[in-house]
Ligand binder design. Structure first.
Ligand code: S3P
Length: 456
């Protein structure tokens, strides 16, 4: 069986989930830490990096651009930054981002300002995703970047061909008002702005995850933020980013599946330690709390400018979903990656749950509205979808479901947690994609007392 054909068989839970554990380091913060540490002057130490394949892609690309990145231990890297002007042309011009949209969109911002040519590519899923949202604003600031025109989607997609700026040319000022809240687009523009002659200003409709801004500020970049507006003015700046010495918080997007699992299996008590609780990422806890459940959050201070806390489910009234969910607008933006987990929770909640403003979900690692609808259908859970919304009628997932992940890690994990509450065994096909974000998933599930068989 090729590695991508790995399969899970998940049995319904026969006893409550119990355990205290950590989830892998935050994927979004890990990408940013590797990219920004590469551009710093001096040596950074990055502890608790995400062990997933997506972050490994960013690391490999930065290394191929001449950055010395070494392992201190399994999840700690030491990065010898080259400074803003020190990246070198890679031995091979084509750089492979695999499945990682964050690698592609953020690194494009850096490469667009260099003096050498590169091509950013990725797997079939990544090469279908919209890239006009970064190529257009980068071109508007003088970058020589071209995607491939996709006539069906009427957008540019990867591969992205980036020509080096020659003759001392630099990127110029940029003022962008984004039509959708996107941390990847915002970060792409801010990273390119580090190399620009003029000011970079980005306004989002609502604030998306702000890890790039927090890290840039911690490193001394000339940035100002006001809610959903960020402005970076390099005039008078010495162009030096200070190195990082950070512990990456646990990934709330990975934790979300365990928080939901503890709601699916009645009587569960789980504690997830050291999770990032940046408010731009914790919308899923608010959504679950509105349903009468959620998690107790015990703040544990800040690491690297990011708040961290322990999540407790199954104590103080948490852990039981008493009402349906309603997720829309600004809240959708703050739990965009947790919608699959929340849909799994809605499938076992009373009443009809409504998810709105899901247009962005259609252009993730898969069309997640369609993938989730197919998942619910296989579990026999009544649901309706529209172009940008979904209604889920809570019930009992049937046994014997066979789920297709569409190569999407979050669909695989959502199906696995829902399978814990099903009336019989569930088969989940094509689960190797989970390694892109959380290679610890199966180990954690077993540690909590779940039964999962892996084949292939
Ligand atoms: C991410 C931003 C989000 C999110 C993705 C990670 C990031 O994407 O869905 O998983 O690390 O910046 P968009 O910027 O496309 O909303």
């Amino acid at each position: 069986m090729p590695p991508r054909m790995r399969r899970w068989i998940v049995r319904p839970a026969t006893r409550p989930l119990r355990g205290a554990f950590r989830v892998p380091g935050d994927k979004s913060i890990s990408h940013r830490a590797l990219i920004l540490a590469s551009l710093a002057e001096g040596t950074s130490v990055l502890r608790g990096l995400s062990p997933g394949e997506d972050v490994a892609r960013t690391r490999a690309i930065m290394a191929s651009l001449g950055v010395a990145i070494g392992d201190v231990d399994e999840r700690t890297a030491q990065v010898v930054g080259t400074g803003l002007g020190g990246l070198r042309a890679p031995p091979e011009a084509t750089l492979d981002c695999g499945n990682a949209g964050t690698s592609m969109r953020l690194i494009a911002g850096v490469l667009a300002a260099q003096g050498f040519d590169t091509i950013l590519t990725g797997d079939a899923s990544l090469c279908r995703r919209p890239m006009g949202r970064i190529t257009r604003p980068l071109r508007a600031r003088g970058a020589l970047i071209e995607g491939t025109i996709d006539p069906v989607r009427r957008d540019e997609t990867a591969p992205l061909v980036i020509r080096g700026l020659t003759g001392g040319k630099r990127l110029f000022a940029s003022e962008q008002s984004l039509s959708v809240a996107s941390a990847q687009v915002k970060s792409c523009l801010l990273l390119s702005g580090l190399f620009a002659d003029g000011e970079t200003s980005v306004r989002e409709p609502t604030l998306s995850r702000d890890h790039t801004e927090r890290m840039l500020l911690a490193m001394g970049a000339p940035l100002r933020t006001m809610g959903p507006v960020s402005q970076m003015d390099p005039s008078g700046w010495d162009g030096v980013l200070a190195p990082l010495d950070i512990e990456v918080p646990g990934d709330p997007s990975a934790a979300a599946f365990w928080v939901v699992a503890a709601h699916v299996v009645e009587g569960s008590r789980v504690q997830i330690r050291g999770v990032g609780i940046n408010p731009t990422r914790t919308g899923f806890l608010e959504a679950l709390r509105d349903q009468g459940g959620g998690a107790g959050v015990v703040p544990k201070g800040e690491v690297g400018g990011e708040p961290v806390g322990d999540l407790h489910v199954g104590v103080g009234g948490t852990g039981t979903l008493r009402r349906s969910a309603h997720v829309a607008g600004e809240l959708t933006a703050r739990c965009i990656d947790e919608i699959p987990a929340l849909v799994a929770a809605a499938a076992v909640s009373p009443g009809e749950s409504r998810f709105e403003d899901l247009a962005e979900l259609r252009v993730k690692e898969s069309d997640r509205v369609a993938s989730l609808a197919a998942m619910l259908g296989a579990f026999g859970i009544e649901h309706r979808v529209s172009s940008d919304g979904m209604t889920v009628v809570g019930g009992r997932p049937r046994g014997g479901a066979v789920i297709a992940t569409h190569g999407d890690h979050r669909i695989a994990m959502a199906a696995a947690v829902l399978a814990l509450g099903a009336a019989g065994e569930t088969t989940i096909e094509d689960t190797a994609c989970v390694d892109t974000s959380d290679p610890d998933f199966v180990t954690i599930l077993r540690g909590l007392g779940g039964e999962i068989e892996v084949s292939g």
